[in-house]
Structure formats: structure tokens, C-alpha cells
Design a protein around this ligand. Structure first.
Ligand code: 4AD
Ligand code: MG
Length: 431
């Protein structure tokens, strides 16, 4: 019996007969020869069925195959320089598992709503498969980076009694008799972990009931949140640029075929190397005003502002030192200029917007108390967070990288809905 293998590994079986579990992606035929485009999740290969070389039954089996029919195909692997993968299979047997009827996603164009309703099937499309493969590679690169730089993975809770990033987009739920919220960010817990383990990072889902329907917003998204004791804002920026360069270069190195499927301009990604430029919030406001945008000091940037600023650069750019009034309660004021905070947003090039938000955290207990009052946060629920300032407080910084926006940028896809297997969006919970 032929050895079982997956399409990714056919290069190890040249000249051998192998058996592959797969689906029919597409098919062409002339009267005497059928070309089966086979996919098994690990790759694609063309199976060639020659009428004069197989039994009538096998020929008819191949002929009956429709798009997404499932089967085992047996055949001999040959090198084929003209094929994209470099290999082809001369089919010796086709064992049908199921003939599929009326597969909804045909090779023709479909509307986005239709595709989203069929997301569970759309995932099988080459482009969607490529995006999820890149997503997997990004996660691997994230873990490698932190493993190599002395960070420990720590998991913050999903159900929380408090808000971390403001109260306007909290997902409320009951926790028996208490009120609870789905986490918006693990940061506050990661600060506790950093005081216990030094350098830590988390990777998990976060939830924001954002009423905005934009190509950058999801209701459920995944965030990578490092937190570092004894690290100031400056050092944090250096770590961020190293981190993002590492991710992009890992994808360039390990996902070339996927980037080609996505028709991504790889030369643009090759330029993503640290250090990244920095522009202060003040200078960004000035730049925007000089370029005809209506914005005043103290206002937050919208997507068009971020895009306008990012257009001047080929790498991501840091916008630093925002006004305290438009940033989170925990950010440390600049000692020389307390109206701005020691923070930065990293804006991706090519209009993909903010991919990282980060800051140095307030470590002074009195100032923290003041901020709680200003932001109407109950010192009861945040007591544990205050304890971190009471018992051996130290300078510390951290940041959060949004995974889906990073995937969107690296893959060059223009909406985050394609960057996560099953997107949760405003007005979409199915499938
Ligand atoms: O800037 P944000 O809100 O920062 C925090 O949550 C901090 N607590 C992180 C930290 O310092 N530990 O969110 C961080 C990143 C954004 O830059 C963006 O990439 C992503 O999370 N993000 C979203 N991605 C998709 N959909 C949404 N609704 C997002 N909101 C934020
Ligand atoms: Mg932000």
C-alpha cells in the first residue's frame, strides 16, 4: 500500500507512490486527460489522470469529482518545473469519500456579506488560507521574540470586575450576583505579573463593544501585551521596534509563498527594520495643520490623520507624548511637561493605522490616587492595583500590539474581518 503523506511533504517522495487525503479545488480536462487541482490544507498539487493508464472506474471517479468533493488520491510524485509548487502527481487511484453538490463559493466573484455568511467555507479559499498561515507565523514569531528576550508568558483573566481602557465600550455580563466585564486589556494584571516575574507578556482575546464599523475595528480581537519592570518609556520604544521588525522579517522569511498568493509587495516588508522614526504629538499636530487638516492641540487623531502622518515613512512611525487628557488614566506624565504623558502609538505604514499603544505607567502612589479621583474610578475595585504602587513600586512600561491589524498590514488586506478566522463585528455574530 502507498505511503500516506501531505502535500507540503511531497518533495520527500519524488518517484514514489503516495496516498493523500484531499479535496478537489478545481478541475480541467481534455477528452483523454484530467487535471485535478487538489488541496489538503498544507498545499496544492495537480493530479494528472491519463485515461489510457487507469481503469474505467478510476477514470469515472475522477470525472464525477466536483468542487470540494473529498477523497483519497493515490499517485506517483514527479518533479514538474512548470508547476508552481514544482511537483505533480500521476494519479493511479481515486477513492471518493463524498461528492459535494452545490458548493456555494464558486471561483466567480461573490459579495462580502455572502462570503461572511459562509465564512466557515470561505476559509478554504487560497487567499484566506494564506492569511491564516501568516497569522500563525506572526504568533510563532511573537513567542520566539519573547522567549529569546527573557520574557515569561502570563495569562490574565478574561472576566474582570473593572475597566482597563475606559468605560465606554465595556462588554457587560453577570457574574452570579455581581457585575462583570469581558476584558478590554490584560494590562493591569500584567503590571502585577511584572512585579512578580520582571518581564512578562500575555497573548489572548480582548473585547470592546465598539459601535464603530470601520475596517480596523473588531469587537473581539487578540492582543499581545508585554509589561516590563525597571524599563522606562525610551527603552520600551526600542523593544517595540525590535519586536515588530522581528515579526515582519520572520514572515518574509517563512511565508514567501503565502505573501505571493496575497500579491503582497514583499520589497515594502523587507524595509521594515529598526529603528523606526518618532514624531511628537505636538509636531504631528503642526504637520497636520500645515497640510490642511482641521485639528487642534488636545484632540485625538482619527484614521485620516494617522494615514496622513504615516505616508511620510516607509516603516512604522511612533507618535509620542500625547496630551494626558486623551489617554488612559495609568500613563505617567512627562516630568518636564506634565500636560503630556510618556506614551507612544505605533502607526503602521500604507494606511493600516495604529498597531501598538504603549506607555510608561504611573508608579507614584499619590499621583495614582489623584488619577482615580479624576477618572471617577472606585478605589475599592482598584485596591489591588494601588497595592502595586504601595509595596515596592518601580518604574515600568508596557504596550499592546493588536494582532489583527498587524496581520492586515503584513498581508496587505484592507479589512480586519479577513485576518481572524471568525470575526466578531458590529451586527455580526454568525457563524
Ligand atoms: O491602544 P490600546 O487601546 O491599548 C491598550 O489596550 C493598552 N492597555 C495596551 C498596553 O499598554 N498593554 O490597544 C492596543 C492595540 C491597538 O494599538 C490596536 O492595534 C489594537 O490593540 N486594537 C484593536 N484591534 C482591533 N479592533 C479593535 N476594536 C481594537 N482596539 C484596539
Ligand atoms: Mg490606542
Amino acid at each position: 500500500m502507498a505511503t500516506t503523506c501531505v502535500i507540503r511533504d511531497v518533495n520527500r517522495h519524488v518517484g514514489e507512490e503516495v496516498r493523500i487525503g484531499c479535496w478537489l479545488h478545481n478541475k480541467r480536462s481534455s477528452g483523454k486527460i484530467q487535471f485535478l487541482q487538489l488541496r489538503d490544507g498544507t498545499g496544492y498539487i495537480q493530479g494528472v489522470v491519463v485515461k489510457s493508464e487507469v481503469s474505467e472506474e478510476i477514470w469515472d471517479n475522477a470525472k464525477s469529482l466536483t468542487q470540494e468533493s473529498s477523497m483519497y488520491v493515490t499517485g506517483i510524485i514527479r518533479e514538474e518545473p512548470r508547476s508552481k509548487s514544482g511537483f505533480e502527481m500521476t494519479v493511479t487511484n481515486v477513492e471518493i469519500i463524498q461528492i459535494t453538490h452545490d458548493y456555494p463559493i464558486t471561483p466567480k466573484e461573490h459579495g462580502v456579506d455572502f462570503l461572511m455568511d459562509n465564512r466557515h467555507l470561505w476559509l478554504r479559499a487560497p487567499k484566506q488560507r494564506a492569511i491564516l498561515t501568516v497569522r500563525g507565523e506572526i504568533i510563532r514569531a511573537v513567542q520566539n521574540f519573547f522567549d529569546e528576550n527573557g520574557f515569561t508568558l502570563v495569562d490574565p483573566p478574561i472576566l474582570t470586575p473593572t475597566s482597563a481602557e475606559g468605560t465606554t465600550n465595556l462588554f457587560h455580563t453577570k457574574y452570579f450576583d455581581e457585575d462583570a466585564f469581558l476584558t478590554q486589556s490584560g494590562q493591569l494584571y500584567m503590571e502585577a505579573a511584572a512585579m512578580a516575574l520582571g518581564k512578562v507578556y500575555s497573548f489572548g482575546p480582548t473585547f470592546r463593544a465598539e459601535k464603530s464599523k470601520t475596517r480596523r475595528h473588531l469587537i473581539e480581537f487578540w492582543m499581545i501585551e508585554p509589561e516590563m519592570a525597571f524599563v522606562d518609556h525610551e527603552e520600551s520604544l526600542r523593544i517595540q521596534e525590535q519586536f515588530v521588525s522581528h515579526i515582519v522579517q520572520s514572515v518574509v522569511k517563512n511565508c514567501r509563498a503565502e505573501l505571493e498568493t496575497l500579491e503582497r509587495d514583499i520589497t515594502k516588508l523587507e524595509k521594515i527594520k529598526a529603528p523606526f522614526p518618532r514624531i511628537s504629538y505636538d509636531d504631528a499636530i503642526k504637520f497636520l495643520k500645515d497640510n490642511g487638516h482641521e485639528i487642534e492641540w488636545g484632540e485625538d487623531f482619527g484614521a485620516p490623520h494617522e494615514t496622513a502622518i504615516a505616508e511620510s515613512y516607509e516603516t512604522p512611525v511612533f507618535i509620542t507624548n500625547y496630551p494626558a487628557g486623551i489617554k488612559a488614566f495609568y500613563m505617567k506624565p512627562d516630568p518636564n511637561r506634565p500636560e503630556v504623558v510618556l506614551c507612544a502609538d505605533m502607526i503602521a505604514p500604507e494606511g493600516y493605522g495604529e498597531i501598538i499603544g504603549g506607555s510608561q505607567r504611573i508608579d507614584d502612589p499619590e499621583l495614582m490616587e489623584e488619577r482615580f479621583k479624576e477618572h471617577n474610578l472606585s478605589s475599592e475595585t482598584y485596591k489591588w492595583y494601588m497595592d502595586l504602587r504601595r509595596y515596592g513600586t518601580v518604574p515600568h512600561s508596557g504596550f499592546g500590539l493588536g494582532l489583527e491589524r498587524t496581520v492586515a498590514w503584513i498581508c496587505g488586506v484592507d479589512h480586519v474581518r479577513e485576518t481572524i478566522p471568525f470575526p466578531r463585528m458590529l451586527y455580526r455574530l454568525y457563524p
